[in-house]
Design a protein around this ligand. Structure first.
Ligand code: AMP
Ligand code: MG
Length: 341
C-alpha cells in the first residue's frame, strides 16, 4: 500500500489536509494521527471492515478491544447504553484528556471494536489534530497505538513510519506527543470502578472526584495468556524492545556497582547519570519527574535496540502518583523481570 506522509503544523493553515484525512477515514481507510498521549492508528469505529484493517496493520490479537475516540460529549449518547453518574463526573473533570472510560455499549459498536465484550472504551482526546479529524469526518474513531503490536508505543511520526509505512493510507506528522504514554483506563461498567491501566491521571486524582477506586489485579501482575483478562490488552507482552530489560530497584550507587562488571550490558538511566557509568547508556528523563520520563520512555526503549547489546539494566521511577504509570510500562517492557538490591 502507498502511504502518504502529511505534515500538519497549524489547523487554520492546514484545513485542506484535515479534510483530506477525514475523507480517507470516511472511505474506510486508515490514518495515523497524533494525540496528546501517543500516536494512534485511526479508522471509522462504526465500520467493521475498516476496524479489521487496524488489527491487520498492527498484527494485533483480535481479542484485544480498541478505544473509541470522540470529540464532543454528545457523541457518546449513541455508543453507550448507560452513562452512570460516576463516569459523567470523571468525563466532566478529565475530558478532553488522557482518560479512557469503559462503559456498557450499544449495538452501534461493532464486535470487532469491543472484541466481543458488552463494553466499550471511550476517550475524548485533547490533541487538536485528532479532534479536528473526528469533527470533520463526523464519526467516532477507533484508534489504538500506532505501533506493531508488542513494540513500544510511538511518540513521534518517525516511530510510526518505522512500524507502519506501507500498511496504512496516511501518517500525519504532528510533532512530539506531550504525554508520551497511553491514557489511564478506568472501568465504570461495574461497581466498584477499577483502574485497568495506570496513566498520567492518577488513582488519587480519580478518587478525588468519585471516591474509592482500586487497581485491577492485572495492573501489577503478569496474566497467563489463556486467562480472560478484565483488560485484555494487559495480558500481552508490551512495549518491548528486542533487547532484554531488567529493572534494578536500588540507589544509584548500588546500581552503578552492580552494572560496572556486566560486560556487554547497557543502562537505562536518568538524565546526568551517564557520566558516572562505564557502559553504554540511554537516559529517559529527570529523576523524580514522571512527566519528563513518560514523554521520553518509549523513544528511549526504541533507542536501546540500536545499541546492539544483549541486556539493559534500568533505573526505576518513583512508584507513586504518575511515576507508577511509567513504572507499569517499564515493568511490562521488562517482561516483569526485576531485581531488588
Ligand atoms: P491501546 O489503544 O493499544 O493503547 O489499548 C487499549 C487498552 O484498552 C487495552 O489494554 C485494551 O485491552 C483496553 N480496553 C479497550 N476496550 C476495553 C474494554 N471494553 N474492556 C476492557 N479493556 C478494554
Ligand atoms: Mg497499544
Amino acid at each position: 500500500m502507498k502511504t502518504k506522509i502529511i505534515k500538519i503544523t497549524s489547523l487554520a493553515r492546514d484545513l485542506d489536509k484535515i479534510r483530506y484525512v477525514a475523507d480517507v477515514i470516511k472511505d474506510g481507510g486508515l490514518a495515523v494521527l497524533p494525540t496528546e498521549t501517543v500516536y494512534g492508528i485511526a479508522a471509522n469505529a462504526l465500520d467493521p471492515a475498516a476496524v479489521s484493517r487496524i488489527f491487520e496493520a498492527k498484527g494485533r490479537p483480535h481479542d484485544n478491544p480498541l478505544i473509541v475516540h470522540i470529540a464532543d460529549l454528545s457523541d457518546i449518547d449513541s455508543l453507550v447504553s448507560d452513562f452512570p453518574k460516576n463516569a459523567k463526573k470523571l468525563a466532566e473533570k478529565f475530558w478532553p484528556g488522557p482518560l479512557t472510560i469503559i462503559l456498557n455499549k450499544t449495538n452501534a459498536i461493532p464486535d470487532t471494536v469491543s472484541a466481543g465484550l458488552n463494553t466499550v472504551a471511550i476517550r475524548m482526546p485533547l490533541h487538536p489534530i485528532i479532534r479536528a479529524v473526528i469533527g470533520q469526518s463526523g464519526v467516532p474513531l477507533a484508534a489504538p497505538s500506532a505501533n506493531i503490536s508488542g513494540k513500544p508505543s510511538p511518540t513521534n511520526s518517525q516511530h510510526c513510519i518505522e512500524d507502519l509505512f506501507g500498511k496504512v493510507d496516511i501518517i500525519v506528522d504532528g510533532g512530539l506527543c506531550d504525554i508520551g504514554i497511553e491514557s489511564t483506563v478506568i472501568s465504570c461498567a461495574a461497581l466498584p470502578p477499577k483502574v485497568l491501566r495506570p496513566g498520567m491521571i492518577t488513582l488519587e486524582q480519580l478518587e478525588a472526584v468519585i471516591g474509592e477506586v482500586s487497581f485491577d489485579k492485572s495492573v501489577t501482575s503478569s496474566i497467563p495468556l489463556a486467562r480472560r483478562a478484565s483488560s485484555p490488552g494487559m495480558k500481552y507482552k508490551h512495549y518491548s524492545p528486542d533487547t532484554k530489560i531488567i529493572l534494578l530497584h536500588a540507589s544509584f550507587k548500588k546500581f552503578a556497582n552492580f552494572v560496572s562488571n556486566k560486560a556487554g550490558a547497557a543502562a537505562l538511566v536518568f538524565d546526568g547519570e551517564e557520566k558516572n557509568l562505564m557502559i553504554p547508556c540511554v537516559s529517559y528523563g529527570v529523576m523524580g519527574d514522571a512527566f519528563t520520563q513518560s514523554k521520553r520512555l518509549f523513544s528511549a526503549l526504541r533507542e536501546l535496540d540500536r545499541l546492539g547489546v544483549q541486556t539493559v539494566y534500568a533505573r526505576v521511577p518513583e512508584l507513586s502518583g504518575a511515576g507508577f504509570a511509567v513504572y507499569n510500562r517499564l515493568l511490562r517492557a521488562a517482561g516483569f523481570d526485576e531485581i531488588y538490591l
